[in-house]
Design a protein around this ligand. Structure first.
Ligand code: PEP
Ligand code: MN
Length: 339
């Protein structure tokens, strides 16, 4: 159920209304668009519930039923695209978010060197894994908290935001101390307790598409985060499993315009995990920007072949720099600013 509130309803009045709905045992989330509030009742009421009990509530102008299952990720509650503001950076507001860095944080020197190189080429968000979801338990698992400390100082030094993956609900508080954006990886896209806990951290969440997730699965996973009241979710297309096995994954570029049509959330593309092939990363980053992506996430290492993880898909700082030059040209055509 969607409650469209009267034009000059104040934030305080919205909060009072939310309390009243909670008292009625209804789960509700408020959104604001151009100074006008909407309350989405996400559970406790459905199409069989009597509309009239909501229509008589104070400040309610109109009551509408939800048509889509993805209530908060969809466009029924928000016509304009979401812009996520973090410090003086924004994601989804017409400037390409460029997330770059190594697959894994390997040492202080490695992350500082990478940060300086990618920042100079135009990246504004430093990526790096400290807790790695490795296919084999015998492979490098990440530096943990030490790695996060290295990344935090490297990001600060280069005026960048930072993003790192959280795999365990018990690590959310720890990661939140060090990074600006929490990443939920493809393998955990449907780890619902992790999604709910991460949502409650109030940090923006970068949610990667699961290896075999449909758009509906993806949006419903986002819904688990959104229903906590945390509306700062970034969707990331990172390739899916198909019958084609030449590349690591099949990067689904159509996900960008399709998800933009279905959802108000920003959508970024990770051509590194999406292809698994170093040479294919720059052209697919170009394709992502041409398709209207709000950002990209790319694995970069000062010495790609020496990467502890995902070496085959990791590009050099030189290649990253050239890729950014191409992205600036494409950005002009599709009307997105590339720093
Ligand atoms: C990563 O970004 O390092 C990663 C493991 O990505 P994904 O979850 O998409 O495989
Ligand atoms: Mn990786």
């Amino acid at each position: 159920m969607i409650l469209v509130l009267k034009e000059n309803t104040t934030k305080k009045e919205v909060e009072e209304l939310l309390k009243r709905l909670a008292w009625m045992n209804l789960q509700a989330v408020s959104t604001e668009e151009n100074g006008r509030y909407t309350i989405a009742i996400v559970s406790g009421a459905d199409e069989h519930t009597d509309f009239k009990q909501f229509a008589v509530l104070p400040h309610v102008e109109n009551v509408l039923p939800f048509k889509q299952k993805f209530k908060l990720a969809g466009r029924e509650i928000k016509k304009d695209r979401t812009v996520i503001h973090i410090n003086h950076h924004s994601i989804g507001g017409g400037t390409l978010a460029v997330m770059a860095g190594p697959c894994s944080i390997e040492s202080k020197e490695q992350i500082h060197q990478t940060a300086a190189l990618v920042a100079a080429a135009g990246a504004n968000i430093l990526r790096g894994g400290a807790f790695k979801p490795r296919t084999s338990p015998y492979d490098f698992q990440g530096l943990g908290e030490k790695g996060l400390q290295f990344m935090q100082s490297a990001a600060k030094k280069n005026n960048m935001l930072s993003v790192s993956e959280v795999m365990d609900p018990n690590d959310i508080d720890l990661l939140s101390q060090y990074v600006d954006i929490l990443q939920i990886g493809a393998r955990n896209m449907q780890n619902f307790s992790l999604l709910k806990q991460a949502g409650k951290s109030n940090k923006p969440i970068l949610l990667k598409r699961g290896l075999s997730a449909t758009y509906m699965d993806f949006l419903m996973a986002a819904e688990y985060i959104l229903q906590t009241g945390n509306l700062n979710v970034i969707l990331c297309e990172r390739g899916i499993r198909t019958f084609e096995t030449f590349a690591r994954n099949t990067l689904d570029i159509a996900a960008v315009p399709i998800l933009h049509e279905l959802s108000h959330l920003p959508i970024i593309v990770d051509p590194s995990h999406g292809t698994g092939m170093r040479n294919i990363v720059p052209p697919m980053a170009c394709a992502a920007v041409a398709a209207g992506a709000d950002g990209i996430m790319v694995e970069v290492h000062p010495e790609p072949d020496k990467s502890f993880s995902d070496a085959a898909q990791t590009i050099s700082p030189e290649s990253f720099k050239n890729m950014m030059i191409s992205l600036r040209q494409i950005g002009k055509v599709v009307n997105i600013k590339v720093l």
